[in-house]
Design a protein. Structure first.
Length: 522
């Protein structure tokens, strides 16, 4: 299996999702629609600093958004989601773009301040008017002050889950959920020992000194590696620039030498004309005087021709020397460019190792997909027991590490209160203010029980699991919105699709004929 190569092949083009999903923030209490129209927002508790990762849950029935971190709820506010026929689709998203000032290019240049896009085809979180019921064109409108505050706290990649009824994350433990694997520790220090002069005990001592994956030392080691690789890439880029400049200078010298060579060749041709004229004069001379005159003219012409030929030989030698020098400079520039690309790729790989990964398991396609830094890096088949029966949709998030990185703390958000017992929200019904219910942990564990992931895949994923990493399990396939510069977008087909229903087409998985794991861009 070439899993390592797949995970490290693609560089992030949209910016890697940072380890910390947010900066410091004070807790903002909930506010109702009247508060948005001018009332004061009440604080629901003392402010505290959030930790990473952050997660946004938008509840359609309750018309509110709640922001969680690893310790629980930190922010909450009312919202206005899509109106009838323009419903905001329930599903799993992430923030793919942020713009403080944005205007819709679909709906009459509508203002969308503090816009945080979750699909490239028009759904976003942004500030706006809240009439107290669903009224948008599919976006999630938030109170203006809340939208501004949230905009300053989030990063690209913020997970956004839109549910029918409000559900809050619950802690969960299961053997299938990835945990650090010290056997594949990219932050382990290199050893200079050889098997012939170091025994296994010494090797274990060396390994004990390596930071455990997920620990503070581990993350610091990755940061140091990334910084070193970044410096190497900058130095390589500088050398490549100098080499390219030298190659350009040598190329200019070749051009000048070629021009001088052409001039010398023209001078030889010009100097040869009088010689030939003198030779013809000698042949036609009928008197001693004319023979003498023609002979003198020929000698002078031959002298000038010799001078021109000498200059031509010099120009040829100089041209050849400059062509050779230019070739060496060109080769050096090519080598410097190759070294630069290698250094940039190494820096990208080092930065990518600091980014959480997203894993998506689809019952529909019977495949596992991996994205990191908004880029697809791997996919392959998996086995699901009773694959013809629904499994539900669950989002698992790695919140942090216990025991200095030896264990991962996971949470889960289920799309429904219990299994797949879902009834679409009817537009116009009264907005309920019920408290969020805990996620369906029993259903989530039952779903994980049915999944078998190849051991080598689990080992490699365990190597790179970091806070903010996620696992999405769903009956659905990835929506067509899952594309370039996105995380996975998974919509629930049993819920209203709103304006996105015309884009319901999903990408087709293309397994290899031999059933092995393959790598490709989606």
């Amino acid at each position: 299996m070439r899993f390592d190569r797949g995970l490290r092949r693609y560089a992030s083009v949209f910016g890697a999702v940072g380890l910390a999903a947010s900066a410091a923030v004070a807790s903002i209490g909930s506010a109702d629609a009247a508060g948005e129209r001018g009332g004061k927002r009440e604080q629901t508790g003392p402010p505290r600093r959030p930790g990473a990762p952050m997660l946004a849950v938008v509840a359609l029935a309750e018309q509110r958004v709640t922001i969680y971190d690893a310790e629980g709820k930190i922010l909450q506010a009312p919202v206005s989601t899509g109106a009838a026929s323009l419903e905001t689709p329930a599903g799993v998203y992430s923030v793919v773009q942020k713009k403080a000032e944005h205007h819709s290019n679909i709906y009459e240049d509508g203002s969308m301040p503090f816009m945080q896009r979750i699909t490239w085809t028009g759904i976003a979180l942004h500030g706006g008017v809240l009439p107290g019921h669903p009224a948008s064109h599919g976006c999630v409108r938030m109170p203006m002050e809340f939208a501004q505050k949230l905009f300053g706290l989030t990063d690209l990649g913020l997970r956004v889950i839109i549910v029918r009824e409000d559900i809050k994350p619950s802690d969960i433990r299961h053997p299938l959920l990835f945990k650090p694997n010290a056997a594949h520790n990219p932050a382990a220090p290199a050893t200079q020992s050889r098997p012939s002069d170091r025994d296994q005990g010494a090797q274990r001592v060396a390994n004990d000194k390596a930071p455990l994956p997920g620990s503070a030392r581990y993350l610091q080691a990755l940061k140091s590696i990334a910084a070193a690789k970044s410096q190497e890439a900058a130095a390589a880029a500088s050398k490549a620039g100098e080499a390219n400049a030298a190659a350009a200078h040598r190329a200019a010298e070749v051009a000048a030498a070629a021009k001088a060579l052409r001039t010398a060749e023209a001078d030889v041709s010009k100097a040869d004309t009088p010689v030939k004229a003198a030779e013809r004069a000698l042949q036609t001379a009928t008197s001693p005087q004319r023979v003498a005159q023609a002979g003198q003219a020929k000698e002078k012409a031959l002298a000038k021709l010799a001078q021109a030929q000498a200059k031509l030989e010099s120009a040829k030698a100089q041209s050849e020397a400059r062509v050779d020098a230019a070739g060496r400079a060109r080769d050096a520039a090519a080598a410097a460019e190759a070294a630069k690309e290698d250094a940039l790729e190494a820096a990208d790989v080092a930065a990518r190792k600091m980014s959480p990964v997203s894993v998506f398991i689809s019952r529909k396609t019977q495949r596992l997909y991996v994205r990191q830094g908004f880029q697809p890096v791997f996919e392959g088949p998996i086995a699901i027991r009773d694959a013809d029966k629904p499994i539900g949709t669950y989002v698992f998030t790695a919140l942090g590490f216990n025991n200095d990185g030896a264990e991962v703390r996971w949470s889960v958000v289920s799309m429904y209160k219990k299994g797949n017992d879902a009834k679409p929200v009817r537009q116009g019904q009264a907005v309920r203010k019920a408290d969020a219910v805990p996620a369906d942990v029993v259903g989530a564990m039952a779903a994980l029980d049915r999944i078998s992931v190849p051991r080598e895949v689990r080992e490699r994923l365990s190597e790179i699991v970091l806070p903010g990493s996620s696992l999405i399990v769903s009956d659905e396939g990835a929506h067509i919105e899952t594309g370039k510069d996105t995380d996975f977008v998974v919509l629930l087909s049993g819920e209203p699709q709103g304006g996105i229903k015309s884009r319901r087409r999903e990408f087709a998985a293309r397994p290899r004929g031999d059933g092995s794991f393959g790598f490709r861009l989606f």
